[in-house]
Design a binder for this molecule. Structure first.
Ligand SMILES: *[C@@H]1O[C@H](CO)[C@@H](O)[C@H](O)[C@H]1NC(C)=O
Ligand SMILES: *[C@@H]1O[C@H](CO)[C@@H](O)[C@H](O)[C@H]1NC(C)=O
Ligand SMILES: *[C@@H]1O[C@H](CO)[C@@H](O)[C@H](O)[C@H]1NC(C)=O
Ligand SMILES: [Cu+2]
Length: 235
């Protein structure tokens, strides 16, 4: 009996750590704690395989999730991921989302918002981190460096990043718009799947990411129930 319940808890823990979806709000309102220029939470732990859902908020809002590096917090990382700017207007009814899957949890993943309007967001501290490693560079040091950078980089990267990648462009829903900057040269252009055309035109939208996410959640929920059911039968 004790063995059976141990198996149940171990299995449940494994499902939870690998599959728990994590949500990060991109931007806030002037009334929210922390204000407009923030990712909330700004630091997350996300084991390999975790889908991190960025939810663009702050109506109106116009932010990006752009991978950078600890060394240059407000500059796009070569080969990094980039959502482009997601503009939310007063009549936007559904908050846009973007799903990023962690592919390597052994290194910190740093990112920033590259918006310059009405003042540079990165310089105001709008930066975030996934999987900051114990005993290594801290989020506080990263954010401190960001506040010293007066000219956040605007170049456009693609969907595939270093340590985390998206399989589709942000789901802009109804009333929001994606803007893309001029593509950064080199390998990153290919990784963008042709989206970083630099024309500013939103790429063809696809609803696969949310479908895939829902499937992932359903799968883990089903798996969890299955484990509990099996445990209950043994007991
Ligand atoms: C949102 O940001 C993009 C990129 O800076 C810009 O092209 C667009 O005009 C902005 N939208 C608004 C409403 O300011
Ligand atoms: C939202 O408002 C903008 C102007 O602020 C307008 O151009 C656009 O068509 C509106 N979109 C919808 C879906 O009503
Ligand atoms: C389960 O999947 C269906 C269809 O794929 C979706 O509509 C539903 O929201 C999902 N449920 C959960 C809890 O994700
Ligand atoms: Cu921003």
């Amino acid at each position: 009996m004790r063995f059976a319940s141990l198996v149940v808890s171990l299995a449940a823990a494994a499902v939870a750590s690998a599959q728990d979806p994590v949500k990060v709000a991109v931007g806030g309102t002037s009334a929210s704690p922390g204000g407009i220029f923030q990712f909330n939470p700004s630091q997350i732990k996300a084991p390999k395989g975790t889908v991190v859902t960025f939810e663009f908020s702050g109506i109106p809002g116009n932010h990006s999730v752009t991978q950078s590096s600890f060394a240059s917090p407000c500059q796009p990382l070569a080969g990094g991921f980039d959502s482009g700017w997601i503009e939310i207007l007063a009549n936007t009814t559904t908050l846009p989302t973007w799903e990023l899957t962690v592919t390597d949890d052994s290194k910190a993943i740093w990112f920033y918002c590259k918006q310059l309007q009405l003042s540079p967001h990165c310089t105001a501290g709008m930066v975030g981190a996934i999987n900051v490693q114990p005993g290594e560079n801290t989020f506080e040091a990263f954010q401190g460096k960001a506040k010293g950078d007066s000219a956040p980089g605007q170049g456009q990267n693609g969907l595939v990043g270093v340590g985390a990648s998206a399989s589709a462009q942000p789901n802009v829903g109804s009333g929001a718009t994606q803007h893309l900057g001029a593509a950064l040269g080199g390998a990153s252009a290919g990784a963008s799947g042709g989206a970083a055309s630099g024309t500013g035109a939103p790429p063809a939208e696809s609803s696969t990411p949310s479908g895939a996410l829902a499937l992932g959640i359903n799968f883990s929920v089903v798996a969890l129930f299955g484990v509990f059911a099996a445990g209950a039968m043994i007991l």
